[in-house]
Design a protein around this ligand. Structure first.
Ligand SMILES: NC(=O)c1ccc[n+]([C@@H]2O[C@H](COP(=O)([O-])OP(=O)(O)OC[C@H]3O[C@@H](n4cnc5c(N)ncnc54)[C@H](O)[C@@H]3O)[C@@H](O)[C@H]2O)c1
Length: 380
């Protein structure tokens, strides 16, 4: 089989994660790296042993031998870079949230359809083996009719006013920060698992640090903890630190979730609970191999990932035997595996989240903005 060639655009947190994950596939070569400058691209390319680098992603798009690109930049660049890549005939795997707004997401979705190119939005959190087991449980009726969804996505890395990242700036991030960054994962997950769309919502947002101190030089995600007071400028902030959202799903189900980037001690606590007319489940990303199953008339259970015990199609999402953890990195790899199967063979199934799903996610984020502005329920 021909080795596929790909390029990474963006050299920060996701640059590293995607580069490692793609290389684990074996049939995909990282042919080039694009960064925000030649120097940044070179430093990253050198660190992972890639010869070709550029500070201008358009140079990569001219290369007909490159099959696909990963768009791993701040959100505001997702649409222009993805559109240029598709124009050049590349398959595109773009990080979430897909764009700044629904209109941009529609542009990307239409372009991908017109060009018939594989397109993926990186909702990797769907692809933990235990999460896929939950999906099979729900599809098989183990929980009964889905009635209630609850949960949170809580972090603490923006707790202090000296914590700064491009995400706090609307121009780079989009209107919603905490809900756009991690609430987008929560809403995607709950719809993916239950098969129910969010039909209405009511959102409340809060910005506790209305001014943050910005480092005079840019810092990448999770790397700003060592700066001194004189290294900062004071910047007014209008993106939310916290959000709470009430939900209706389908016709009968109800739910609510919170997101926070200021909850001390929560590093990456993506937690959900789904309750049906028979049983319930709880899952927490910080303990990804464990699943709590709740029963009314028998003992509750905690099961641990073991491929031989996973239901049906969920087995295909576990590559290691029981007792061998599969975590965050593996969830990315599971998407890459399916996306590159499609890049290699146009007749392969679309077994990953597409731009169309990313567009629905952007629609919901727009509704969160509308609801919080109106201080009212809105239909989705
Ligand atoms: N799926 C997930 O679990 C997950 C996790 C974290 C971030 N993300 C998403 O990934 C994207 C990147 O986030 P991150 O945490 O890696 O941010 P980051 O700040 O660590 O990295 C962003 C990178 O983009 C580069 N960049 C900026 N302008 C560029 C340009 N014109 N050309 C090429 N590169 C450019 C920056 O130099 C930096 O290296 C965001 O959209 C974010 O929402 C997804």
């Amino acid at each position: 089989m021909r080795k596929l060639k790909t390029a990474m655009i963006g050299t920060g947190f996701m640059g590293k994660v995607h580069a490692e994950g793609v290389r684990r596939l074996g049939n995909v070569e990282i042919a080039a790296i694009a960064g925000s400058s030649d120097a940044r691209a070179k430093a990253f390319a050198d660190s992972i042993g890639v010869d070709r680098f550029t500070g201008d992603y358009r140079r990569i798009l001219d290369d007909g031998s490159i099959d696909a690109v990963h768009v791993l930049t701040p959100n505001a660049l997702h649409c222009p870079i993805s559109m240029a890549a598709m124009e050049a005939g590349k398959a595109v795997l773009c990080e979430k949230p897909l764009t700044l707004d629904e209109a941009e997401a529609r542009q990307m979705t239409e372009m991908a359809e017109k060009k018939k190119l594989p397109n993926c939005v990186q909702h990797n959190l769907r692809y933990y083996p235990v999460v896929q087991h939950i999906r099979q449980m729900i599809a098989g009726g183990d929980l009964g009719e889905i009635l209630i969804v609850q949960g949170t996505y809580s972090q603490d890395w923006l707790l202090y006013d000296t914590d700064y990242n491009w995400r706090v700036e609307k121009s780079a991030n989009g209107a919603l920060r905490a809900i756009g960054d991690i609430g987008s994962h929560w809403m995607d997950m709950i719809q993916h698992l239950t098969g129910l769309n969010i039909t209405a919502l009511c959102a409340e947002l809060a910005t506790f640090h209305t001014t943050r101190r910005k480092p005079k030089h840019s810092v990448e995600t999770f790397t700003g903890k060592t700066l001194r007071p004189e290294d900062y400028d004071a910047i007014p902030i209008d993106t939310e630190d916290f959000g709470a959202v009430l939900l209706r799903l389908g016709t009968r189900a109800r739910g609510c979730y919170t997101v926070s980037q200021m909850s001390a001690g929560n590093k990456n606590r993506f937690h959900f609970e789904i309750y049906g007319s028979r049983s319930g489940v709880m899952w927490n990303q910080e303990r990804p191999d464990e699943l709590w199953i709740g029963h009314r008339n028998s003992a509750n259970q905690v099961i641990v990932k073991d491929p031989s015990l996973l239901k049906g199609a969920a087995q295909g999402f576990a590559d290691l035997p029981g007792g061998h953890s599969e975590g965050y990195d593996d969830s990315h790899k599971q998407i890459f595996k399916r996306f590159y199967a499609k890049v290699a063979d146009a007749s392969a199934p679309v077994d990953y989240p597409t731009f169309a799903e990313g567009m629905w996610g952007m629609h919901l984020l727009g509704k969160v903005v509308e609801s919080s502005r109106k201080r009212a329920w809105v239909d989705c």
